[in-house]
Design a protein. Structure first.
Lengths: 58, 462
């Protein structure tokens, strides 16, 4: 997947972050790095009964 | 004569025995800071007269015959994300300068004050703890005391460097992905990142709540243990803090018994430089040696921690990212903004992977008591260095310094980072990784290594 300033603008429109155009290239670069890591996370098949592990204690 | 470099235990003993006054100790520490910090930039604010006043109050209590706490008169510094009453908690940011001063101390600062230690100032860090170098656009770079052309590591860089430079015997830091273990390695001091949930986080500025650990730096295992034992205990205001009672490690430091050791291979040595591998080898040998083992899917665990950090950090700062992105450090702003754009499915999967990865580590701990890994792939990089050479690859420096620490904090394992100083070279540290809640195993091994002369901290000559 190509991550460029247009990608950032499209995602930004969903969240209404209003990312200034001068930051878009830096954000795109970081998003590209992040998506490489995200791919590693998503590729691993996990057993269906593996529950998430966020921390909350009532 | 005050030897401000003698360590927390020795200073407290001298103050309690009335051989020196707490006021003289604090004044000596302040002189060290005045002499060294203009070069190093460890501190972002100093408590000056307030610290001296606190010391004089302690001296009055001693004069009245009161027996003071175990850290009587010991100066310390705090990473500037800890609340200290009457001072603004910056968390390395410009934005937080607008906040009012803290009304009360963070729980850990309060516990240290109760033990009669005295905070002398707040220390530099990467903005909002998001970094491994303490090159802060607002407050400047913290230089490495062993070579001022190099970084101190981060994000608790000011805290580690102040201890390495002899300004304070210990400092408080925080570690979400490696922010204690990396600067401990680069500055050559001991670092403790306890089990997730061990130390109370109330009154500290968060980063990633389900990954944030608090801990500390010191120049000896004994000092690390002395302070850690004061800090332990439940905290009803931190939902992640364990209800476990205080489990002191200080009395156990001399009780070394043979441990089943393994060295983490694969991911944890891939790309490691010769200094990191040599330190790992010497520490493993001194602990009796052991096999190299694999912690499965460590690369994906690190990736999951990377994604959770970007997304949760972004969520925390979303309002400011929308309203005033120009007030962020550019090095953190673009990463936060990218994190805000990450699909939610990745985060749910990352949390599931966390549970699965925890089981993989538990499997290893059925066979071994202690796992060893480098704390960083290399010695401290130069200030401003953009890339690192990892094996035969040239990689961006900032995202890759925490390669070996991130999978471990991802599942909250306790670690003592032990420093090795090669002759004539820059220091590196090795992670002594124990089972959850078994900090004392890592402490006992660290003390054994220190007695054997394999690891140890040195005050840098400037």
């Amino acid at each position: 997947m190509v991550v460029d300033e247009q990608t950032v603008a499209a995602l930004d429109s969903l969240l209404e972050l209003n990312i200034p155009p001068e930051y878009a290239a830096g954000v795109a670069e970081n998003l590209a790095q992040l998506l490489v890591q995200a791919k590693l996370v998503m590729e691993l098949e996990l057993p269906q009964d593996t529950e998430p592990a966020p921390v909350f204690r009532a | 004569v005050i030897d401000i470099h003698s360590g927390a235990g020795a200073i407290a003993a001298s103050v309690r025995a009335r051989q020196i006054s707490a006021e003289a100790v604090i004044a000596a520490a302040q002189s060290e800071v005045a002499a060294r910090d203009p070069v190093l930039n460890c501190f972002t604010s100093l408590y000056g007269e307030a610290a001296l006043k606190e010391a004089r109050a302690l001296d009055a209590r001693i004069a009245a015959g009161e027996v003071l706490g175990p850290l009587a008169g010991v100066p310390f510094g705090v990473k500037n994300l800890y609340d200290v009453a009457d001072f603004v908690t910056l968390a390395g940011s410009k934005i937080n300068q607008e906040n009012p001063p803290a009304k009360s101390d963070a729980t850990m600062v309060a516990r240290l004050r109760r033990a009669c230690a005295i905070p002398i100032g707040a220390q530099n860090m990467d903005e909002y703890a998001y970094g491994f170098t303490t090159e802060n656009a607002h407050y400047g770079v913290t230089c490495n005391p062993h070579d001022t052309s190099r970084v101190a590591g981060g994000s608790s860089g000011g805290s580690a460097a102040a201890v390495a430079a002899g300004m304070t015997p210990f400092s408080l830091g925080s570690d979400t992905n490696g922010s204690i273990r990396v600067p401990a390695s680069f500055c050559g001091v001991f670092g403790l990142k306890p089990t997730f949930g061990r130390l109370p986080r109330t009154g500290t500025y968060p980063f990633v709540s389900n990954l944030d650990h608090l801990g500390l730096f010191a120049r000896s295992t004994a000092d690390l243990a002395l302070v850690y034992d004061v800090l332990q205990g439940p905290d009803p205001f931190d939902t992640a803090c364990s209800q476990r009672p205080v489990e002191p490690v200080g009395p156990t430091l001399d009780l070394f018994c043979p441990l089943r050791i393994a060295t983490l291979g694969d991911w944890f040595q891939d790309g490691a430089g010769p200094e990191a591998l040599a330190a790992l080898s010497s520490v493993a040998a001194a602990l009796g040696g052991g096999p190299a083992v694999s912690l499965p899917e460590a690369a994906r665990a690190r990736a999951a921690a990377f994604c959770l950090t970007a997304a949760e950090g972004a969520a925390l700062h979303l309002a400011d990212l929308r309203a005033r992105p120009g007030d962020f450090d550019p090095a953190t702003r673009d990463r936060f903004l990218a994190g805000a754009l990450l699909p939610s499915a990745v985060l749910i999967r990352a949390q599931r992977l966390r549970r699965w990865f925890q089981d993989q580590a538990a499997e290893l701990f059925r066979r071994f008591d202690l796992l060893l890994a480098p704390a960083a792939p290399c010695v401290a990089p130069s200030i401003g260095q953009a890339t690192l050479r990892l094996g035969d690859r040239e990689m961006p420096a900032r995202p890759n310094i925490g390669l070996y620490t991130q999978p471990i904090s991802f599942i909250g394992l306790p670690v003592v980072a032990v420093p090795v100083h090669p002759p004539g070279g820059m220091p590196v540290a090795v992670q002594l990784i124990a089972r959850p809640w078994q900090e004392q195993t890592a402490f006992r091994a660290a003390a054994h290594l220190e007695r054997a002369g394999v690891v140890g901290a040195r005050i840098a000559a400037l």
